[in-house]
Design a protein around this ligand. Sequence first.
Ligand code: ADE
Length: 240
Amino acid sequence: MRFDILSLFPEFVEQISAHGVVGRAGERGLLSVHGWNPRDYAEGNYRRVDDRPFGGGPGMVMLIEPLRAALAAMRAADPAPVRVIYLSPQGRPLTQAKVRQLAFMPRIALLCGRYEGVDERLLQAEVDEEISIGDYVLSGGELAAAVLIDAVARLQEGALNDAESAVQDSFEGDGLLDCPHYTRPVEHALGSVPEVLLSGNHAAIAYWRRQQSLGRTWLRRPELLNEAELSKGDRALLDD
Ligand code: ADE
């Protein structure tokens, strides 16, 4: 999978592919990240990339032309079709279901705004989809792009060492929060590992984990239960 990043700070986003799961996915040839800086395509001595908003008001707006030229250079470098996503607080929320959809795409371009935003005409002409990573305002789309790349990269087949771990994550499969996890030592000043996890009884362990997932979801994110895939047994547990 190929990611193209359009940003005044592309290195900021490219860093994501230097470490951890995303880095390993890159080494395994599962994905690549390419940066495009509109400033490199801006005209004049000052290489201006923004200007004041018509109608007044605070902040600056990113100019059409440097972004358009950067997008054209990106398409010329690789003519394969590309889905252009603009990261902004006005976009649709990024969910695990959306991440799963995006993970199937062969190529995504992530347009990162700075300042007050991007000239609306550029967005209308070039952007296929607008995505937000949450109801808060960042100073630019770069961190949002990094979040999206990380979430999508770890779903690429072969990116995770233990393929199972993606399936069991919070929100994967059934839409519930993940259960708690423990490792050695069994006894510690901070507490003991729950007995059932040491029992070797796989059915009992699965039941305990399900109970924990349901309980946590009920306590912390009850609204998720409306959309979750619940069995009769799950419902009985919740009604108790
Ligand atoms: N840019 C600024 N804030 C953002 C957000 N919440 N999500 C995506 N991009 C953004």
